[in-house]
Design a protein around this ligand. Structure first.
Ligand code: PEP
Ligand code: MG
Length: 768
């Protein structure tokens, strides 16, 4: 059973399009189950009808013609009940619906299972049998359920591929289909997609037509020649150390590179109009699938060799490709996994939007995007992103959705939203020099989170009163080695000088989790529960000491440095860190620097720290809540995983209770407490935090004017009443709605994400 499934999934994965995938499914399942009929019906979102998309056993001419309403017939029943239906005598069932054009009257037994992906019913997989005596048994039912579960993702992916090209399930034109991910950074962008992908990875090579076929052929021939030479060189070098049978492996490689073999096929694909990298990808993937499906273990292993050869060829092709990535004036950067370095590659002023397959709202690249004010959609799984290259895209960072090749109406609709947003931001500029004070005189410090130097410039122009979190890992992430003490000292000095005499809170290196350094890879099963933040730097005091030394030297003459420790889960981590900081302080003073001992604080981002606020506060000067991590750890929801993004809720009652407790306990021992997670930059969240008594709110610069204008328009008493009310509620969604309603009533409806989905609003406008 497992081997049937494995080869079925591989074959379906290798299909060129949705139709081929579905044809493979019905024919393989029919054979494997020994039934007379196997058919797939897919739910067409445009018409909300199930369409017969492929069949083995019914009349082929009915494919694409026969369709059923959403709750019509047995197929509709399986879809609406979202569970299998197994009938010995289907025509006797009251919901049976007869379609003469399918030739169905000959079949009595029916087993249908829903195809569900991420809670969405995509269609129904059906097997049928002529004899009434045959009732599909439990094992067969389980097999069909397994097939359907395994294939749902593949079907969703193929469906999306068609939709990106503007085609509906039935091959008709379908415009303005939305592709859904999760919101990464608010705002709307309209621009041209540029797909960026890591080098030498065949899986992510985009499919593109060849601009100049001769040139592509030329580049490919050069790559083949270079790889042949590499292999011959290695074979010669190792000749004396290898046995003849091991040397034969090189011959296998060289044979595969013969003109008649792989290169010939790639050249044919290029001649048909595909660019060289795309042609190589297609041929290598075909070979790999072919070998992997073989029963012979030795031949299965050859798939590894083909993949390796493909990678070598690709690497030479990419090296030889002198065409630089051209970034259009309005670039929407699209990638499997965006990295800060990729954002840095786009020329200044040309980056308007971001789309990432991996990651979620609170991934670090999304936080960076928010800081840069670039509308972003994360977690766009099931989308063949490679196809977005060169397409006009609308990125709706409010709703977490994108549109490819929008119609004129849709483009105009989104352009109006962009214009409104720009106007709103311009209207807030006047607040820059006003204090962040409620109408009844309660003052809150408005700080910013920074990482890049550009954040500093933006923060100052938005009226920030200091830096509440400088993510020192950002400059580490955009280099290809650890920055030296001197380099670090320069980065830190820029931040300290820009804000002096106001405080600049520098967090010690917080890598691990979703923040990796290419030159210091950390491979773990559970990276968010693993070697992260202070755990890494205490294990590598040489990194910690150099960093603290650079910070202290950079603060000379300014004395506005504060040091903050991330991921603290134990008092001993604080004590060890303090010990190292004192040591560096004395050493640096002995070297003759005139520096002051900085204030040291701890981040509260692990539930254990919530219950040790007093013990922590006794040892340090201040506390700052990292609500991004605190939420993920309290709710056990990976902040980087789009599959569980809907469970990540900073308005969860447990998160709010923890925050109330932290503020109370810190104040009980007379220590200031701030917050530097994303909740502080959310206007509703900021109101609740202010009511809880947080002394400072630190957020990305783009959020600061909105948060300040909200706080300046309400009284603390009003906010405290709102807090009291929501703390009585037990659902994060109800709490969020309550806070939104309060904001709307206070006249800030325009700060909320559009009340109803923008797609619905667009549809309503189009219909009116
Ligand atoms: C947090 O966890 O809330 C935080 C501010 O730190 P980071 O997002 O960098 O993990
Ligand atoms: Mg954190």
């Amino acid at each position: 059973m497992l081997s049937i499934l494995r080869s079925l999934v591989q074959e379906v994965n290798g299909a060129r399009d949705l139709q081929e995938a579905l044809d493979v499914i019905v024919s393989r399942v029919q054979k494997a189950m020994g039934t007379e009929v196997c058919s797939v019906y897919l739910l067409d979102p445009a018409t909300n009808r199930y369409i017969l998309m492929a069949t083995e056993g019914l009349y082929r001419k009915a494919v694409g013609k026969v369709s059923l309403g959403y709750s019509e017939g047995l197929v509709g029943l399986v879809g609406s009940r979202e569970e299998p239906i197994n009938l010995e005598d289907a025509p006797a069932h009251p919901r049976y619906r007869y379609f003469p054009e399918t030739g169905e009257e000959r079949f009595r037994s029916f087993l249908g299972v829903p195809i569900i992906h991420h809670r969405r019913v995509l269609g129904v997989l059906v097997v049928q049998q002529r004899e009434s005596s045959r009732c599909f048994d439990e094992g067969e039912e389980a097999f069909l359920v397994t097939v359907s579960a395994q294939l749902a993702g593949v079907i969703a992916h193929s469906e999306a591929t068609g939709a990106i090209s503007g085609l509906s399930l039935t091959g008709e034109e379908a415009r303005d289909v939305s592709f859904n991910g999760v919101p990464g950074a608010p705002g709307v962008a309209i621009g041209d997609g540029v797909v960026v992908y890591p080098a030498a990875d065949l899986d992510v090579v985009p499919e593109k037509p060849a601009e100049d076929i001769e040139q592509e052929l030329e580049m490919f021939r050069a790559a083949v020649k270079a790889v042949r030479e590499d292999i011959e060189r290695v074979a010669n070098r190792l000749a004396s150390q290898l046995r003849p049978e091991e040397q034969a492996l090189f011959d296998v490689y060289l044979r595969m590179l013969g003109d008649e073999a792989l290169p010939g096929e790639v050249a044919n694909q290029i001649r048909e109009g595909t660019w060289a990298q795309g042609a190589l990808k297609q041929v290598v993937q075909q070979y790999v699938r072919h070998f992997e499906m073989m029963d012979d273990h030795y031949l299965q292993e050859r798939a590894v060799d083909v993949r390796d050869l493909g990678r070598r060829l690709l690497s030479h092709l990419q090296e030889g490709d002198q065409r630089h990535l051209e970034y259009p004036a309005r670039t929407v950067l699209v990638s499997e996994e965006l990295t800060p370095a990729m954002l840095g590659e786009v020329p200044k002023g040309q980056l308007v939007g971001l789309v990432s397959v991996k990651g979620s709202s609170n991934s670090h690249v999304a936080i960076l995007a928010r800081a840069m004010g670039v509308p972003t959609v994360m977690g766009l799984v099931d989308i063949p992103v490679n196809q977005l290259d060169g397409k006009e895209l609308v990125v709706d960072g409010f709703e977490g959705q994108i549109f490819a090749s929008p119609s004129d109406d849709l483009r105009a609709f989104y352009q109006a939203i962009c214009d409104e947003e720009d106007e709103l931001i311009r209207g807030l500029e006047a607040l820059r020099d006003q204090p962040c004070e409620t109408t009844d005189g309660h003052r809150v410090s408005m700080l910013v989170n920074t990482g890049l130097m550009t954040d500093v410039v933006r923060s100052l122009s938005h009226g920030a009163e200091g830096i509440g979190l400088y993510r020192t890992e950002v400059p580490f992430m955009i280099k290809d080695r650890f920055p030296s003490e001197q380099e670090q000292r320069q980065y830190y000095r820029e931040q300290l000088e820009a804000f002096a005499p106001n405080p600049v809170t520098m967090r010690t290196l917080d890598v691990g989790g979703d923040k990796s350094l290419t030159y210091f890879p950390i491979q773990e099963e559970n990276p968010f529960l693993g070697w992260r933040g202070i755990r890494v730097t205490l294990d590598h005091p040489e990194i910690f000491l150099v960093q603290v030394r650079a910070m202290l030297k950079a603060s000379e003459g300014l004395n506005n440095l504060q040091i903050m420790l991330p991921m603290i889960s134990n008092i001993s981590e604080v004590e060890e860190s303090l010990h190292l900081i004192y040591r560096v302080y004395h050493e640096v003073r002995e070297e003759g620097y005139d520096i002051h001992m900085p204030k040291v604080g701890v981040m509260v981002e692990i539930p254990a720290a919530v219950y040790q606020i007093r013990e922590l506060a006794d040892r340090v000067d201040f506390l700052s809540v990292g609500s991004n991590d605190l939420t993920q750890y309290l709710l056990a929801v990976d902040r980087n995983n789009p599959r569980v993004a809907q469970l990540y809720h900073s308005y969860h009652p447990a998160v709010l209770q923890a925050l109330v407790r932290i503020a109370q306990d810190a104040h009980a021992v007379g220590k200031p407490v701030g917050i530097c997670g994303e909740l502080a930059g959310d206007p509703g969240g900021a109101l609740l935090l202010m009511a809880m008594g947080f002394d400072s709110l630190s957020m990305n610069a783009a959020s600061l004017p909105k948060v300040k204008s909200v706080i300046r328009s309400v009284s603390r008493e009003w906010a405290m009443q709102l807090l009291e009310d929501v703390l009585l509620l037990d659902s994060p969604h109800v709490i969020k709605s309550c806070v939104d309603l309060a904001l709307r009533n206070a006249g800030f409806g325009r700060y909320l994400r559009p009340g109803k989905s923008t797609t619905v609003a667009f549809a309503e406008k189009a219909l009116s």
